[in-house]
Write a protein that binds this ligand. Structure first.
Ligand code: FES
Length: 105
């Protein structure tokens, strides 16, 4: 399924937006001009990952529940307690609109 997020100018560098995608919620991030999308659910204990702080210059999101840090590009945790990757999704811009291609995992 393809999810329309917003016009590209509405997600400038350093911005994040949460979007519903069927049963999932996905955080879409603009890290210094590169777009990334990650599921809003931590692989450790289902924490609301995208409600945590994030670091645009490093492209890292920090789980608000126990503090694991995840690479936004790969979804791979960089610190414990999480040790499994969080699903990430391809993001592109079509006709000026940011879109995410979501496969159900
Ligand atoms: S729920 Fe995210 S680190 Fe525990």
């Amino acid at each position: 399924m393809t999810i329309e997020v917003c016009p590209v100018e509405e997600l400038p560098a350093g911005a994040m937006r949460l979007v519903p995608a069927g049963p999932l919620t996905i955080g879409v991030y603009n890290c210094a001009g590169k777009l990334h999308a990650i599921e809003d659910r931590c692989s450790h204990d289902d924490g609301p990952l995208c409600e945590g702080d994030w670091e645009p210059e490093l492209c890292v999101v920090v789980c608000p529940r126990h503090g694991s840090r995840f690479d936004l590009e790969s979804g791979i945790p960089m610190t414990l307690p999480a040790f499994e990757a969080v699903p990430v999704f391809p993001v592109s811009v079509r006709d000026g609109m940011i879109v995410v291609d979501v496969e159900q995992h």
